[in-house]
Ligand binder design. Structure first.
Ligand SMILES: [Fe+2]
Ligand SMILES: [Fe+2]
Length: 270
């Protein structure tokens, strides 16, 4: 909670109306506080989907079997389609997403395989900062499905009842595809825990990716995201979504004898 935030009586009235079921559709005039926060979320999602798609691309070539190449190509296509759906909503709100993707380096990845950037922004785009890390092993690709697509799924699930109708409609298809990506991750986590050396490497990479994915849920010491709940753009706070994500992950890792490392929010190496 951020006790310093004060809202005008007009804004408080808007929150109340949204709590009582008010929604907004394409072409509606949006209250400034609503438009600002809606666009924050859309830009963050659009750039994450786009950067995610580009980051997965090399794994079409590097996937271990022909069938896996097809599955990775499908996932790359899904993510680019998600970006297009979200960018279209932004364009309808008056933004110019094509110029944005031309000018921003959304394919950029950090060179340092072991980097921990905490909550830092590396470029002036809007992606969730886990998309700055490079996927250097097939095991990382699988962990991305297992951890990040699942985290995204939990976050999107929260937006399925969004007060912004075009986003709500777009998300229903996106959500279904994210669930498929998570299932791909789960299938491979099981496979990679059969052979002891695969399993040891999986544990090593899980330790590396865990703080990166936990940071996606935001800084618990920073301001709260209750404003998004007040605007009907989310149902739960980041902390609540994170807790349900962690619970689900732990059920699976316990089953396969993997350990979830201690999470320290201030872990940062560069
Ligand atoms: Fe996606
Ligand atoms: Fe995905």
């Amino acid at each position: 909670m951020n006790p310093e935030v004060r809202y005008t009586s007009e804004e408080e009235k808007l929150f109340e109306e949204i709590r009582n079921g008010r929604t907004f559709d394409k072409g509606d005039e949006l209250p400034p506080i609503y438009k600002k926060h809606l666009m924050n979320l859309l830009w963050m999602q659009g750039d994450s989907e786009y950067a995610g798609s580009l980051g997965y691309m090399p794994w079409i070539e590097n996937a271990p079997t022909l069938m896996e190449k097809v599955l990775v190509a499908q996932i790359v296509k899904d993510e680019m389609r998600h970006a297009q759906v979200v960018y279209k909503i932004l364009d309808d709100l008056g933004e110019d997403t094509l110029t944005h993707v031309k000018n921003k380096d959304l394919g950029f990845k950090l060179d340092d395989d072991l980097a921990q950037i905490g909550f830092q922004r590396i470029k002036d785009d809007f992606r969730v900062n886990i998309f700055y890390y490079n996927i250097t092993h097939w095991t990382d690709f699988i962990l991305f499905n297992f951890l990040m697509d699942r985290a995204a799924g939990h976050q999107l699930e929260d937006t399925l009842e969004s007060s912004y109708i075009p986003w709500k409609i777009g998300l229903s298809g996106i959500y279904k595809e994210e669930i498929m990506h998570v299932a791909h991750g789960d299938k491979w986590i099981k496979k990679l825990t059969v052979d002891p050396s695969d399993k040891a490497f999986l544990q090593e990479r899980l330790n590396l990716w865990w703080p990166r994915v936990m940071n996606v849920f935001g800084n618990a010491r920073g301001s709260s995201n209750t404003i998004y709940v007040n605007l009907g753009l989310k149902k739960r706070t980041n902390a609540e979504v994170r807790d349900s994500f962690v619970k689900e992950i732990k059920t699976i890792t316990n089953e396969y004898g993997l350990t979830i490392p201690e999470y320290r929010q201030d872990e940062q190496t560069i």
